[in-house]
Write a protein that binds this ligand. Structure first.
Ligand code: ADP
Ligand code: MG
Length: 294
């Protein structure tokens, strides 16, 4: 099986002094689905920027497809064959959609990537129409991306990345700001992409989502180091670690007739101390009901 990424003792600091990643080591194999979880500021976005070749380790080595990615090999030659190859294989969906969108219409936005691949205009058009159909945004074709809702923008961003058909997808907090229906749509889309054999790495602190879209989870601690890298179930059952990493918090809550202490995630999923199994669908309904009663 092909090795996609290999990070060897990677550290990164902004402007030489703000630590964002510390001594990160892990490998990614083809067709893995991995979640990068950690609280705000733990280094998730920085890690995805390294994996997308946007920035380079301050210390340590990053290999992609058996080639070392460094400023010297990646960014110096204008006509860089490996960089073009890398760009066709890896695509990043940014956390902030507005950073990613710049074209006058949705159609042109999605066509931008395929046009870079030197496809004929006819082939580009076919591909754009196919991707819009797949993502369910055909009716937005002539709209200006900046006038769309948050969920629609996110769909366009995903479409722009899928239009180049990369086999490695990086997603930075893709559920942030999405309504429940769009979140479900995204979960199902990622499951389909998994079935299609994509390698998918998603940064998130939505633990419910993690469970549905990945098999392996890498937990970033607040000191910017990896604190756990294991099967999703093992990570999600390690309540102490999730508490320490600020991914869940303890609080008092009135439940049925009893007042008891239990663990509570940021997304509202309840994990009872004596009952770590929890029915996600009923939690969702509970949340909706709770909201309606407010
Ligand atoms: P996360 O995505 O997990 O919230 P980030 O990778 O964005 O974390 O940030 C990691 C650390 O790097 C934080 O302390 C953050 O303040 C800092 N940081 C992120 N981007 C920049 C930047 N452009 N300049 C300076 N510091 C930054
Ligand atoms: Mg981030």
């Amino acid at each position: 099986m092909e090795m996609i990424f290999d990070l060897r003792n990677v550290s990164y600091s902004y402007v030489g002094r703000i630590n964002a990643l510390k001594d990160i080591c892990f490998k990614v194999n083809q067709k893995e689905q991995i979640s990068i979880i950690g609280s705000n500021g733990s280094g998730k976005s920085t890690l995805l920027a390294i994996l997308d070749g946007l920035i380079y380790p301050t210390v340590g080595e990053f290999y992609a497809f058996d080639n070392r990615i460094s400023e010297e090999v990646f960014n110096t030659i204008d006509d860089n064959e490996f960089r073009s190859y890398f760009r066709t294989r890896v695509g990043l969906v940014f956390q902030n959609s507005d950073v990613q969108l710049f074209s006058p219409t949705v159609f042109e936005e999605i066509a931008f990537g395929p046009l870079q691949l030197n496809l004929t205009p006819e082939k580009v058009k076919i591909r754009v129409l196919e991707v819009m159909e797949m993502i369910g945004i055909t009716k937005l074709k002539d709209r200006s991306p900046h006038t769309l809702s948050g969920g629609e923008k996110k769909k366009v961003c995903i479409a722009t990345v899928l239009a180049s058909n990369p086999d490695v997808l990086l997603l930075d907090e893709p559920t942030a700001g999405l309504d429940p229906r769009t979140q479900l749509w995204l979960t199902e889309l990622l499951q389909e992409l998994e079935d299609a054999g994509k390698t998918i790495i998603t940064a998130t602190h939505d633990l419910e989502f993690v469970e549905q879209i990945s098999k392996r989870a890498i937990v970033m601690g607040e000191d910017h180091q990896i604190v756990m890298d294991d099967d999703v179930e093992k990570v999600l059952n390690n309540l102490e670690l999730l508490l320490d990493s600020n991914l869940i918090h303890e609080h008092m809550h009135i439940h049925s007739k009893f007042v008891h202490e239990h663990l509570h995630t940021h997304k509202g999923k309840h994990i009872h101390e004596h009952d770590t199994e929890c029915d996600l669908s009923s939690t969702r309904i509970e949340l909706l009901l709770a909201r309606e009663l407010e």
